[in-house]
Design a protein around this ligand. Structure first.
Ligand code: IZC
Ligand code: ZN
Length: 402
């Protein structure tokens, strides 16, 4: 990843590969990069032989709903009967079922569960991750979720970037007054700022959830308070959330499964990154995969994420998303690698810290059981990590079975 990024359009196809490379790490930082031969000048206290394997920057997952109570396997049968995602939500299930479980869960239970999922992400090669709230929909539970994320950042080695998604659904007691609900959620902005509980404010702009007008008003308030903006945009119905993300200068517009031609053009001409979540289309059985191919061809910067959540994309495995991006979005391996490293880091404000192996940066590095970078999107559904290094320390090594 030798381009600083965000890497846009055709530049996403230009990937630099070093053969026979060596990396010097001191403390938590990369201090030297050169050939294996030149590396003999280094006085290393420990050497890891990658032995013909692919070595890349640690993966960055820029969109997850990390903290939640319970799970929603009971809804799988409804999905199989063809009940649409938004209908399940309308009937009080879906997001609202996770809201009930999250309100019931204790702080400690939520923390333990989040740490478990973070461990699994780390095993799969993710070294930086974004985490959203949004399963409280009341002040107490939303703050509980955000505080869990904050504590997780102190006890877990992964870097976690926090987003407040209080505007994720309309809770039943506000069904007739979504405006009042958004006002209540925006009243949390000050305490979130004071306690440094989130960097970004996100909203689910969707039919039956929040309209474009409501989303604009809410996000403008967030912008005034100094937050970065994100939008769950054009996931199911094309309301114009992509255009709104560009209009407001959001750092990312996420999903973009049904974005209009105009939205694609606007995205391409903007600094906003399209965070594409093809695991959701796959999991909800949709034919509408985001037109990421058209977006890149138009010149946009694209990132990929798991959207890890208990309802519409139940996986911590970003490698699986890379395969879906190859098979369903028609992206090349070069584009996919940019989308899960440098561009993903930019989509969460970590472009200067994560997503590249570079001198002076933290040593977040994955050694893969793969001969080259094309292999990961190709061999799908399993974990290819051999060794995961975070801040210069080995976090995970594939256990030996024999
Ligand atoms: O819990 O269903 N789309 N939010 C918006 C989600 C999916 C997560 C969920
Ligand atoms: Zn989401």
């Amino acid at each position: 990843m030798d381009k600083k990024g965000p890497v846009k359009g055709r530049d996403m196809t230009m990937l630099t590969v070093w053969n026979d490379a060596a990396i010097g790490i001191k403390g938590d930082q990369v201090v030297w990069i050169g050939s294996t031969k030149e590396s003999s000048i280094l006085e290393a206290s420990k050497t890891i032989d990658a032995n013909g394997r692919l070595v890349t920057p640690g993966l960055v997952d820029p969109h997850t709903h990390l903290v939640f109570g319970g799970s929603r396997e009971e809804e799988m049968a409804l999905k199989q009967q063809g009940v649409p995602y938004l209908d399940i939500l309308k009937q009080g299930g879906g997001i609202l079922s996770t809201v009930r479980a999250t309100r019931e869960a204790t702080y400690q239970e939520l923390l333990e569960k989040a740490l478990f999922h973070l461990d699994r992400m780390a095993m799969h090669g993710i070294t930086t991750v974004e985490a959203k709230s949004g399963y409280g929909l009341d002040a107490v539970t939303e703050l509980k979720q955000l505080r869990v994320v904050k504590e997780a950042t102190t006890v877990h080695p992964l870097d976690i970037v926090s987003t407040f998604l209080g505007a994720h659904a309309i809770p039943p007691d506000y069904r007739d007054d979504p405006e009042a609900f958004l006002t209540d959620m925006s009243e949390l902005f000050d305490v979130i700022k004071q306690e440094n509980l989130a960097e970004f404010i996100d909203i689910f702009t969707e039919t039956g959830v929040f309209s474009i007008v409501q989303s604009r008003r809410y996000l403008l308030k967030a912008k005034e308070k100094g937050f970065g903006l994100k939008i769950h945009a054009d996931e199911i119905d094309p309301l114009g959330g992509t255009e709104l993300a560009v209009e407001l200068g959001a750092i990312s517009g996420d999903h973009l499964a049904v974005t209009s031609d105009e939205g694609i053009q606007k995205l391409a001409n903007s600094q906003t990154i399209g965070v594409i979540l093809p695991g959701t289309s796959f999991y909800l059985g949709k034919d509408d995969y985001a037109r990421a191919r058209d977006m890149i061809d138009a010149g946009a910067a694209i990132a990929l994420a798991t959207d890890f959540n208990p309802g519409s994309s139940v996986t911590e495995n970003l490698q699986l998303i890379m395969a879906i991006a190859a098979l369903k979005l028609n992206l090349s391996p070069e584009e996919i690698w940019h989308a899960v490293t440098v561009n993903a880091a930019h989509a969460i404000g970590r472009g200067e810290q994560a997503g590249r192996i570079a001198i002076g940066r933290k040593a977040d590095i994955v050694i893969w059981d793969a001969p080259n970078y094309k292999y990961i999107p190709y061999h799908f559904g399993v974990n290819h990590t051999n060794t995961v290094i975070k801040n210069g320390k080995v976090l995970y090594e594939r256990p030996a079975i024999r």
